[in-house]
Design a protein around this ligand. Structure first.
Ligand code: AHR
Length: 498
């Protein structure tokens, strides 16, 4: 069986904002303590940041990292995390029922961002708190000097402001599990008033309003319409969150779930544009898909954990080969709407539903999902091109007419390269692929990277960290402006030409 694809440099979706390759570090489980930070680790730097983890993060070239939550932020007092560490309080952390020792806070995280060559996407607490505390926080973080909070930052050893540009107005405020959950009207009003004061402190910031916490929330997409109606002029982005899983072990269906992500994105764009029309506004609201991933493997283990521990192993999904394929499909979904999805964060970065795993006091390694995320981040920068695809299809439990080929192309004009990202969803057979690169003239192959495995459930572990990893022996051949390849069953492919 065979699929075809036409890619033309003039059929543009839009510029890829590099921030769609963002990630997320929450004060949750071992994401911070035992993840980015472990002061007694053999690779720890003088601040306690793990060097081995930093190296793996740098390998992903992560442009932005959301912090400090997540559900955590809705009960967080940012003041607990600044100033001398020995004077910081330990707190009951109600979102995840742990003890938060506050060994790492805003200033340390900003130092870590510098070391990781990334920037922060900071969230403010709109669960237990409101505009006043958000104003104080941004004054502390971004105001140069001469005021209570900016001078407090200087007293804490940070003379220069952190100049944090991107801010989230709370987290998943539609979810009953959220500390201080709100109705759309309650949230829209407080988000708007918070946005105003934050912008008055620093007019250069960009603000993200909370959209629905998943596509399956009963209030979606009414929530988006109401929230944007109440915040339109004062925010820049609306957020989307979505996780997928395969609890019933139906892999064909699991691989089809990114079709839901496509329609989620399209519906949020339509809703934002509906509010734009209603307001007769010139302004477009873009999308921040600031939590996405596969999440289900750890659910059972998490239910058995005792509460009130410091950094217990929460949400530690061990990812397998099929999870990496779904992550690949999700990355392609983001690229297919690169015109409006301008930020996105794989959730999360280390240990907690993450591409990077660590052992406390031991090694750090790459999960299967590290690879598609890394390939997209490294090779998916430039202009996303419309994928005109003809593909054989199949029917799955939740979706009919699921194309075996999921694909998109990115043109990096600066480097003169085109990269095709492609997943073959067929679990039994390879898929022939013919790409017509028409307007690109004579091309040559740089490499064809393949992530394949006979065992869909194969995973990387501390003992076998390289069981699933890509190779560059893909069979793509380039003849002039045509690429021909055979995509192995259940595979993730990166075909790079110039
Ligand atoms: O990423 C894990 C959790 O998932 C986040 O804290 C929350 O926002 C979402 O429900």
């Amino acid at each position: 069986i065979k699929a075809t694809m036409i890619v033309d440099k003039d059929f543009k979706i839009g510029e890829v904002d590099k921030r769609i390759y963002g990630s997320f570090v929450e004060h949750l489980g071992r994401a911070v303590y035992g993840g980015i930070y472990e002061k007694d680790h053999s690779t720890a730097d003088p601040q306690g940041f793990r060097g081995d983890v930093l190296e793996l993060v740098k390998g992903l070239d992560v442009p932005i990292v959301r912090y400090p939550g997540g559900n955590f932020v809705s009960g967080y007092n940012w003041e607990d995390g600044v100033g001398p560490v020995e004077q910081r309080p330990s707190r009951l952390e109600l979102a995840w029922r742990t003890i938060e020792p506050n060994w790492v806070g805003l200033n340390e995280f900003m130092d870590w961002c510098k070391k990781a060559n990334t920037e922060a996407m900071m969230a403010v607490n709109l669960g237990t708190r409101g505009p006043a505390e958000a104003r104080d926080l941004i004054e502390y973080a971004n105001h140069p000097s001469g005021t209570l909070f900016s001078d407090l930052r200087r007293k804490h050893g940070y003379e220069q402001p952190h100049a944090i540009k991107t801010w989230c107005l709370g987290n998943e405020m539609d979810g009953p599990w959220q500390i201080g959950a709100k109705t759309a009207v309650e949230y829209g009003r407080i988000a708007n008033e918070t946005a105003k004061v934050m912008r008055w402190v620093d007019p250069t910031i960009e603000l993200v309003a909370c959209g629905s916490s998943s596509l399956h929330m009963p209030s979606f997409p009414e929530w988006e319409a109401t929230v944007l109606d109440l915040t339109y002029d004062n925010v820049d982005f609306i957020s989307l969150h979505q996780y997928y899983g395969n609890p019933s072990n139906d892999s064909a269906n699991f691989l089809a779930l990114s079709l839901g992500m496509d329609s989620f994105i399209n519906t949020v764009i339509s809703t934002a544009d509906y509010v734009q029309a209603k307001k007769r506004s010139k302004k477009k609201i873009n999308l921040s898909f600031d939590e996405w991933n596969v999440w289900f493997h750890s659910n059972e283990a998490d239910r058995k954990l005792d509460p009130w521990q410091i950094a217990p192993p929460q949400l530690e999904d061990i990812y397998n080969h099929e999870d990496a394929l779904v992550v690949g499909c999700m990355l392609i979904s983001l690229l297919k709407r690169a015109d409006r999805v301008k930020m996105a964060c794989i959730a999360q970065l280390v240990n907690v539903i993450a591409p990077i795993m660590t052992a406390n006091g031991g090694a750090a390694w790459k999960q299967t999902i590290y690879y598609p995320y890394m390939h997209a981040s490294l090779f998916g920068r430039g202009t996303a091109l419309v994928p005109l695809i003809q593909s054989p299809k199949y029917d799955a439990k939740d979706y009919t007419d699921v194309p075996y080929l999921e694909s998109v192309a990115v043109h990096n004009e600066e480097k003169g390269e085109v990269t095709i990202f492609a997943v073959n969803r067929n679990l039994e057979e390879s898929l022939g692929l013919e790409v017509d690169l028409r307007s690109f003239g004579g091309c040559t192959l740089i490499e064809h990277i393949v992530l394949e495995n006979d065992d869909l459930k194969a995973a990387n572990t501390l003992e076998a960290p390289d069981r699933v990893k890509p190779h560059t022996n893909g069979n793509a051949r380039v003849d002039g402006s045509k690429i021909e390849a055979s995509l192995s069953k259940a595979s993730w492919n990166v075909v790079r030409v110039k």
